[in-house]
Structures are given as structure tokens and as C-alpha cells.
Write a protein that binds this ligand. Sequence first.
Ligand SMILES: [Zn+2]
Length: 337
Amino acid sequence: MTRMRIAVLQEPFSIVLREVEVPKLDSRSVLVRVASCALSGTDVRIYKGVVKTRLPIVLGQEFSGVVVEVGDEVEGVSRGEKVVVEPVLYCGKCVYCRRGLYTLCEQVKVLGVNSDGGLAEYVKVPAYAVHRVPAGLSLEEACLTVPVAVALHAVRRAGVGIGDNVLVFGAGAIGLSALQLARLSGADRVVVVEPVESKRRLAERLGAHETLSPRDMEALGDGAERRLGRFDVVIETSGSVDALRHALMLVGKRGRIVVVGAYGREARLLVDLVVRREVTVTGSWLYPHVFRKALDAIARGIVSVKEYISGRYPLARIEEAFREALKPENIRIIVQP
Ligand SMILES: [Zn+2]
């Protein structure tokens, strides 16, 4: 085991397989043999060049596998253990790390975004970044902990509680997880807005009381509020500027809007409305201190991720895998290096 294959994004839409040395371990790291790596929305946006990062890079933030080597100083992780990686690297020393806000670290790096990620046979990660996969949960489902954790942080930032009316924009892996977690938090009614019909149907199977397309929303125009009522909480996962406009239109007085989506451009909010309705607009970034809880929620079967999986490809067919991931009806393509 000295050489391994990796998939390298050289420039947008150009991904190639390379053979390189397996990374050398340091005393506080573990080496993970990757079993499943899901292609996320961020992977797709970097692949298309919409999200800029340093290239070349090995993409893949959502991955799980088996620990095959353990550094000398590592405790609590052993060879042969099944793990999922929380792909956030932090310094542990800056003002935010010292406050426990490690995902807001001044030097934060996300594997697969600005440091090499999981589209490789082996990945070296700090021991603090691995979470043991509970018995009975497949590595394939475990790698989908990331979007559930993103949604869990967002639902907590929104303070969703018993009796709340919740509106979710986007029925990708994050939006569908936010829907499930909002219901688990006691939301009375969850409405989901999503352009792709098969995803709206899935949202309904996962507990949405009603689904609409953005076109339905536009057609309702000023009548949207009369038809849908006002919402206590709006969770915006779609990255659409129009969704943000609708969010403010439909949020109730003292309501909360949590923004998880990435826009890549300026998005406007009608501030007078924020003021007069005393709306709280909150950003939600990554998943501090909730990764383990998200993983356990999947393992216990209270959050279902099975239907997020739209296809499986070996690493050798990585280009095909990305072509599939680009299709809006697919939620997660799993690559098996
Ligand atoms: Zn830090």
C-alpha cells in the first residue's frame, strides 16, 4: 500500500484520475480507506467553477471509510474501525476556537473545498475529525451525515419549536433534512418549495404538509401570504435570490429566517420589512458540535437519508458520476473509490 488513485479537478469540468503516494501519517492523524464519498452541491458548484477555490483539488467533503493506520499519539480510534469524517480542520488556538466555535476558526479548512478531500482511495485526517459509525449503519448512509448536520445546525439556529409553521426552500439533501428535523422539533406544519417534481414528491414522503414549485410561488404573487399564511420560521437552502425575496414576504412578525444557501452574488433584503416585522435573519455555516448527533439520528432511523442516493459509481467512472450529479433531479451520487 504505497500508491493510490485520486480524482483531481484540474480546472472546471476537467477531472482526471492520478496515481500518487499514499499520504504519510503524522502522530495525531489517522489514515482512512474511503468506502463512500457523496458528491455534494458544493462539489458540483466547484466542478462547474461557480464556487472558486484553489485548483487543482481533490473534491469530496462527505465521506466515510475504514481506519487502516493510526498515528502514535492517537487515542480512542483503532485500526479496522468504520468512521465518517467531519471534514473541518481548525487551528485550536484562535479567538473563535478558544470560544469553542471551531467551524468559525480563523484558519478553518474544509476537506474537499480548500484542502484535498474524499475522492481518493485513502485520506489522511486528524484523529479529532473522525466519528465512529454506529453498528448497523452502512458506510454509504453514514457519509450523508454532512447534509444532516448542516440542516441540524440551521434548525437549531432557527430555534424551531412546538407548533411552529416552517417554510423550507430547496429539497436537496440539506432541505429534506431540515424538513425532517423541523418536524422532529415539533413543527406543526412544514411547507417545501422546490422546482423539481420528484424532489417535491420525496419531500411529501418525508413529511412535508404541502409542496410548491417556485413557479407556483410566482403565480401566487401578492396572494401567496393569503394562500399560505405567514411562517414562524423560513429555512433557505436553495441559494436562489428569489427564494430570499419570498422568504421575507412570507415570514411572520418576530419570525426567523435562517440562510444556509450559497449565492455567489449579492442578494438583497427589504430592510424596512425586517425592521417593521422585527424579523431575525441568521446565517448558518457548517455544523459546530452537532455532527455526532446528526450521525446518531441517521443510525436510529429518525432521519432518513436512503432516498437521497441517486446512483453509485466507482472512482474510475468519476466523470460520469459528475455528469449525473449535475442533473437537478439527482440528490446525491455516491462514489466508491
Ligand atoms: Zn482557530
